[in-house]
Ligand binder design. Structure first.
Ligand code: TYC
Length: 103
């Protein structure tokens, strides 16, 4: 079956079936101070969500404590966290953005 063929292929042609790149979720965390509109702006600007989806994600963070903003390769995910954190701090908001491995 398919699995047997894959095993043969892997033995005969090394690197013919490279593992897909690891992915990382970027999450926003709730706090009591960052304005809702600022979080919506972060979600539209850095994560390219529509205004409506951005509002829904912001409210999920507000009500549940966290939500996934996007899933990216390691380099892009790290860059999103750095950019969002710098943007929030430059506006003196405590907004927290973090990574977790996408299993
Ligand atoms: N809890 C914030 C407020 O009531 C809003 C908020 C939402 C803050 C999402 C952070 O990631 C966040 N102004």
């Amino acid at each position: 079956d398919f699995d047997d063929n894959l095993l043969v292929l892997e033995k005969e042609t090394p690197n013919a079936t490279p593992a897909p790149p690891e992915k990382y979720r970027v999450l926003l965390l709730n706090d009591d101070f960052t304005p809702m509109d600022f979080v919506v702006d972060v979600l539209t600007h850095f994560f390219h969500h529509s205004e409506d989806i951005a509002y829904d994600i912001m409210m999920k963070v507000h009500l549940e404590g966290s939500a996934i903003c996007g899933v990216y390769t390691a380099e892009i995910a790290e860059s999103k966290v750095a950019q969002v954190t710098e943007y929030a701090r430059s506006h003196e908001h405590p907004l927290m953005c973090k990574l977790e491995k996408d299993e």
